[in-house]
Design a protein around this ligand. Structure first.
Ligand code: AHG
Ligand code: MN
Ligand code: MN
Length: 323
């Protein structure tokens, strides 16, 4: 079995990037340990604080953020970081080359019910003259990412990673504290009969999205001609992992609940890294109007409409929106 570090040494020429991924995994192993201990470690429940998005922070959101932040700050390769739980970017090492953007704990509404959560990360390269305290330094399109991945804290702890040469997954052996290579060059089936969307928002979607989902529900009698199955875990990491395993489509589309927010998910540390993994595995990732990874960011916390997964199904959603 190939250890993560050996895999990286063989597959990644960028030695600095290897250090960054290695360092991130030290923090993620610590998060995995705390998630597993749960109430025994006193980590469940609310932190009684709000983040910059106005969402209630869980204790584990704050703990995971602090662990990753201190790991990254200690790395000479890292110039700066941006996190869901930090209002502003955080400068790290002025001589560092990389910017790391992350969602420390995705799916945090699931923490207290012992359902899968995860950490999502995106790595960008910076220019030597860039100032890591400036938001503009981080505002690169998703296609500029040099690595993206997530760590899923489920029945097993897994790392799913791409450095732009396919998608690979690794399972943590908690007995020795090492990630081992499990799946290589993961491919998503092109077609699917499984969708994931929070149906409770149906009345707030655009008419085109209502029409598409209406047709999904009509199954083999509708224009899509197939009987579909539905899943909703409310952890994007878990949904994307299912799609990387057996195909499917994940949607968190634009809705009019809060008209100034184009969707719920955040472009820089949810939409873009997941889009890179999905595309690297042969799937598609769209806002329903354009590729997510071509969206020009205007702020580190901006939201984006998300439609990603099996290529043919995503293409079908895009076609509904052409009309
Ligand atoms: P986070 O916990 O980082 O705020 O993200 C949660 C996201 C995503 O993981 C999930 O798909 C979605 O929010 C769930 O939304 P609903 O509450 O609408 O189900
Ligand atoms: Mn999230
Ligand atoms: Mn989060």
């Amino acid at each position: 079995m190939l250890r993560l570090r050996n895999f990286l040494d063989q597959h990644c020429e960028n030695k600095g990037l290897i250090q960054v991924i290695d360092g991130l995994m030290v923090a993620c192993k610590d998060i995995a340990y705390k998630v597993q201990l749960g109430s025994l470690a006193g980590v469940l429940g609310s932190a009684e604080k709000e983040n910059v998005q106005g969402e209630n922070q869980k204790k584990l959101d704050v703990i995971a953020n602090d662990l990753i932040k201190s790991a990254l700050r200690g790395m000479p390769q890292v110039k700066g970081l941006a996190s869901e739980e930090e209002a502003d970017p955080v400068a790290c090492n002025p001589n560092g080359e990389f910017l790391v953007l992350f969602d420390p704990l995705d799916g945090s509404s699931n923490i207290d019910v012992n359902v899968t959560v995860g950490t999502i990360f995106s790595v960008l390269q910076s220019n030597p003259e860039d100032d890591a305290t400036h938001e503009a330094t981080y505002l690169q399109i998703g296609r500029e990412q040099i690595a993206a991945g997530y760590v899923l804290y489920g029945p097993s702890t897994l790392l799913v990673l791409s450095t732009g040469k396919g998608v690979y997954s690794f399972t943590l052996d908690p007995r020795v504290g090492e990630f081992y290579l499990q799946r290589e060059k993961i491919r998503i089936p092109t077609t699917t009969k499984e969708f994931a969307i929070n149906m409770s928002n149906q009345r707030f979607w655009l008419p085109q999205m209502q029409e598409y989902v209406g047709d999904l529900l009509r199954g083999e009698d509708g224009p899509l001609g197939k009987r579909y199955n539905m899943r909703w875990i409310a952890s994007m990491v878990a949904e994307i992992h299912r799609i990387l395993t057996r195909g499917g489509i994940f949607l968190y589309p634009y809705d009019s609940r809060e008209p100034n927010k184009p969707g719920k998910l955040r472009l820089m540390y949810e939409g873009n890294p997941m889009s890179m993994l999905i595309e690297q595995a042969g799937g598609k990732a769209s806002t329903a109007f354009e590729d997510i990874m071509t969206v020009e960011p205007t702020s580190i916390h901006q939201r984006v409409s998300v439609v990603m997964g099996s290529a043919d199904e995503v293409e079908s959603v895009v076609n509904y929106h052409r009309s």
